[in-house]
Design a binder for this molecule. Sequence first.
Ligand code: XMP
Length: 459
Amino acid sequence: MNLKEALTFDDVLLVPKKSIVNSRKDISLKTRLSKNINLNIPIISANMDTVTESAMAISLAKMGGLGIIHRFSTIEQQVNEVLKVKRAENIIIEKPFTLLENSKLKDAKELIEENNVSGILIINNENKLQGIVTARDILFEDNYEKNISEIMTKRNKLITASLGISLEKAQEILHNNKLEKLPIVDENNYLHGLITSSDIFKIKQYPHSTKDNKGRLRVGAAIGVKEEDIKRAQTLLDAGADVLVLDIAHGHADIAINAIKRLKKEFNFELIAGNVATKEGTEDLISAGADAIKVGVGSGSICITRLVAGSGVPQLTAVLDCAEFADKYNIPIISDGGIRTSGDITKALAAGASTVMIGSLLAGTDESPGFVINKNGMKYKMTRGMAGVAANLSKKSLNGKINQEDVEDIVPEGIEAMVPYRGKASEVIKQLIGGLKSGLSYCGVDNLQDLKKNAEFIK
Ligand code: XMP
């Protein structure tokens, strides 16, 4: 048998070349996530239930990357996380929270507290604007049975704007009138949306964030290959998910190929598919219609696939092989798993990946789901493989009670682990970006496209 040699990140270094950059500011990290979605940084967070829900996705999208909401939850829970990201930043909130004018004060209090918003627009049953109630209005109120119209600021006192107002003009009106909220109405007073000063502030604060064409942060969501995932896909897309990730451990399989074909026939959307680790796997998923390929089998820090199944391809070789093929079709590759340092990111991108997916490195941050644990004077958070025992059990428990047989059926391909607590995700990402930019400088390039072309590995 002619055994092919394969390499992983630690087996290689990038040969230093004459630098062409004077400052890291001159380096561009713009890249492609999938056929039609661009990012300003090449980092996405893993669809793991200890890594990505809305908080992580918001943080990454603000920095120019993207988060993929995990699917280890009910459709409603997953959709809710997508909606939280889509609502986090807007030029215009198209569907602001509203109440009818005959509602009680307690309804406003509930809506404000449940959704963590600072005000509710009051409408009549024709969707015409009648007033506004803010959190401040109800702060010291003790009779929540009062009718809302008694305390709302009435329509004749409200400053509003018309459809099509520019961001600059809206900012001017909000500033000049010391306002927080600017309802958008048409000439007949029908409500069409809301612009808030905090949204405008966020837009200015994060100029490189990943946005859709309505100015909302972009977000991805994971789905599986089962029949019921068609409904999950539909609901996620309706909620505004920008990209779906068809994610199974062994993506080079008929079930994945058929699912891609069916989904692409049914809906018009951007689909990332995986995971694969070979040129053949890449070819089959691209032929089926995938818009980006996720590469990595057994590469993750919490994976034991290589131990349990004896299968996998060292990650650098996997990316080199898959990217060489995918390049011909102009389809981006995502290197998924095994990123421990910014140097690993530089190597994955130099090998041909357009982005990297990160799990455990982000699992220890404030924005990942779960609690900070104190142990022997150190702080940790938990992470777990999505094919591990614990994740399998919580998935099964979504469908009702689990019994002994369910437990015995599990052959885990992932483990549970504690990772060091690392503070804010944005701080971790900043370090990774800084390191990656240094990596580009050492390779004698100032952008990721040239990195792919010019990088020279040494074994
Ligand atoms: P890192 O190294 O960033 O890897 O933590 C994240 C990726 O690991 C994959 N993953 C798994 N692989 N068994 C596996 O073989 C599992 O239980 C498992 N859970 C996650 C996944 O591709 C993720 O993005």
